[in-house]
Design a protein around this ligand. Structure first.
Ligand code: NVA
Length: 367
């Protein structure tokens, strides 16, 4: 019998079907403009590249497998990608890079809006072919669901014209970076539309998109034209010197409630739609750790990179005790999930998943 397989309009309705990434064959890619701009200047990742150590891949896979089993036990169907060979270079007529990234995290690549799954343009050269890890699943959904829309945004050329050369230094300093972030001067130029799916949050009829290193204004305009029935809002978080991916910065938990990173508060002039509709934006709890784990691109704020299972239930990383305590106070049931040793592969509980099906339809939360 034919059925609806793909349906998800927001970040909180009851989750029934999800993709969980795999750490197999993940690489630290060679230097390239947009990626380098994101690596903090004091990071242990500066100057390193190559296949990640096997023991870290095995450990990350163990945690991802356990997370998949936990979700299945709670009645969520879980699919896994099919890793391509990430040791292969990416070569196009416009650029070459010597290795790829991995099939983590799926949230960066796949944007689910209703019955559509959209492959993002991506803005790192090493992630140009990353959508191929998910093509077997896309084909399956296409066969199973007559209403599934499999879409792919135009592949960018990613020539040097896509990147501001000012960012091609490892000695910029955080002060300068913060000034540039406040001026909305990011590493990517407006040469062509660029976006990563993890810069987009779904609030039913409204899509909230972070303008930063991985998503430019043309990318947001492309999304606006692609989703003509949605209202697309551009947001910035000037407190973030490395602004990529919105999901350790702004985390909706249920209708009316959003966690905001206290170091990256949404500016007053961008709060109108939330305030006018009585949405509360609360500071997230402090992370439990002072530093990210080794060889990790992300900040300690993966603490707030939670996966909402339904408006009353949320998965929080097991060591993030302050975040779990805050969720409890906010009236959420907390499901503890151990994932910290997989953070280095591209993120936390929200990052390492991509929605396939949540119950519910397209609501207007900001009438
Ligand atoms: N901007 C993020 C990426 C996390 C998903 C960070 O805090 O590192």
């Amino acid at each position: 019998m034919q059925k609806t397989v793909v349906n998800s309009w927001n970040e909180w309705d009851p989750l029934k079907h999800v993709i969980v990434g795999r750490a197999d064959d993940c690489h630290i890619p060679p230097e390239e403009p947009a990626l380098d701009a994101k690596v903090p200047e004091d990071s242990d990742m500066r100057g390193q590249w190559g296949r990640r150590p096997q023991e870290t891949i095995d450990r990350a896979n163990e945690l991802l497998d356990n997370f998949a089993v936990l979700l299945e036990k709670r009645g969520v169907r879980v699919d896994r990608p099919t890793p391509i060979d990430h040791a292969l270079p990416v070569t196009t007529p416009d650029f070459n890079t010597d290795s790829q990234f991995g099939c983590m995290p799926p949230r960066d690549v796949l944007l689910t809006v209703g019955s559509e799954m959209l492959e993002a343009t991506m803005s790192y050269r090493c992630r140009w072919f990353e959508y191929l890890n998910y093509r077997p699943l896309m084909q399956k959904y296409f066969d199973e669901d007559p209403n599934f829309r499999h879409e792919s945004a135009p592949k960018p050329r990613l020539t040097d014209a896509d990147y501001h050369p000012d960012y091609l230094s490892d000695k910029i300093g955080v002060e300068k970076r913060l000034q540039w972030a406040a001026e909305k001067f990011f590493v990517t130029t407006e040469e062509e539309p660029l976006f990563d799916a993890a810069d987009v949050l779904r609030f039913g009829r409204d899509l909230v998109v972070q303008h930063g290193f991985t998503t430019n204004l043309k990318g947001i305009e492309w999304l606006r034209r692609h989703f003509p029935d949605h209202r697309v809002h551009t947001v910035n978080f000037p407190g973030d010197p490395y602004p990529i991916h919105i999901d350790a910065t702004f985390t909706p938990l249920r209708p009316g409630l959003i966690l905001n990173n206290p170091q990256r508060r949404l500016p007053e002039d961008q709060r109108g739609m939330f305030e006018a509709n009585d949405w509360e934006i609360v500071d997230a709890a402090q992370p439990a750790h002072n530093t990210p784990p080794p060889l990790c691109y992300s900040s300690t704020w993966l603490s707030m990179n939670v996966l909402v299972l339904d408006p009353k239930t949320v998965c929080v990383e097991k060591s993030e005790v302050y975040q779990a305590e805050q969720m409890d106070k906010l009236g959420m049931e907390v499901v503890e999930v151990e994932l910290r040793d997989a953070y280095a592969f591209g993120g936390g509980l929200h990052c390492c998943t991509a929605d396939v099906y949540r119950e519910g339809g397209c609501e207007d939360y900001f009438p």
